[in-house]
Design a protein around this ligand. Structure first.
Ligand code: ZN
Length: 259
């Protein structure tokens, strides 16, 4: 299995999956624009076999119609009236087969209520998670529709995947996310090291993703809502103490929105 990152729009990555190197079949995750997808298919001599979606936002879906004009393929995505092109709706607990690879569907409401992610536990050498805008390298999506309890539960679900799982997220926000992470945890050496490394990569126009669940557990404040330094920073920022991980998450999300 190969996964190619297509940088697109301002900050997006569209992930192009080739399940079997012996087949030219490929699947595109979250095509917010058709042009880079068509170019990558041509360049790599691949044939589009399906479109796979995490949620309804335009920068994940605007390329669908043009791709369907060129390739009549199934469209997999959440049950959502806001993505009329979906031909095969998916929900928590479903399994999706893409060219011989099996993907588990996890519902992760929070960024939007219709958000789902795709997890392949038996990928070699490590499991793979396509996380859309739920979990980012060093951060998480904005809370457009969910509530803190639901979003925090969704992140908790991803935090419990095996630590060596490779995380593919939809945006190059890592440096800004880690600057915020460092404001929350100034004494965390893993955050400092990761920020340094991410800045170097961006200076060389290299992507900072994919990441791993292990790296996120060590450096992503939104997965660290029960860690003492994060709890302390949240209560200092908000001026009151928080009783639960969801309350800490709510403070962090509000803090980051204005950061
Ligand atoms: Zn989004």
């Amino acid at each position: 299995m190969q996964i190619y990152g297509l940088p697109a729009l301002e900050t997006n990555y569209f992930w192009l999956l080739q399940p079997d190197p012996k087949s030219s079949d490929a699947y595109i995750f979250d095509p917010g624009d058709a042009a880079p997808v068509l170019a990558a298919l041509k360049q790599r001599e691949l044939t589009l076999a399906g479109i796979v979606l995490t949620h309804h936002h335009w920068d994940h879906t605007d390329g669908i119609d043009e791709l369907l004009e060129h390739h009549q393929v199934p469209v997999y995505g959440p049950h959502s009236t806001r993505i009329p092109q979906v031909t095969q709706p998916l929900a928590e607990g479903d399994t999706l087969e893409l060219g011989g690879t099996q993907w588990r569907i996890l519902a992760t409401p929070g960024h939007t209520l219709d958000h789902i992610v795709y997890y392949r536990p038996d990928a070699k050498p490590n499991g793979v998670l396509i996380a859309g805008d739920t979990l980012f390298a060093g951060g998480c999506g904005r809370m457009f529709e969910g509530d803190p309890e639901r979003f925090q539960q969704s992140l908790d679900k991803l935090a419990q995947l095996p630590a060596n799982t490779t995380l593919y997220c939809s945006h190059e926000y890592t440096v800004a996310n880690l600057v915020f992470a460092q404001a929350v945890e100034p004494e965390n050496p893993d955050i400092a090291a990761r920020l340094n490394s991410a800045r170097k990569k961006r200076e060389q126009h290299q992507p900072t993703v994919p990441s791993t669940i292990a790296l996120e557990l060590a450096t992503n404040p939104f997965l660290r809502c029960t860690q003492a330094p994060v709890v302390a920073s949240a209560s200092e920022y908000s001026g009151c103490s928080q009783d639960s991980a969801a309350d800490v998450f709510a403070v962090l999300r509000r803090w980051k929105d204005g950061f």
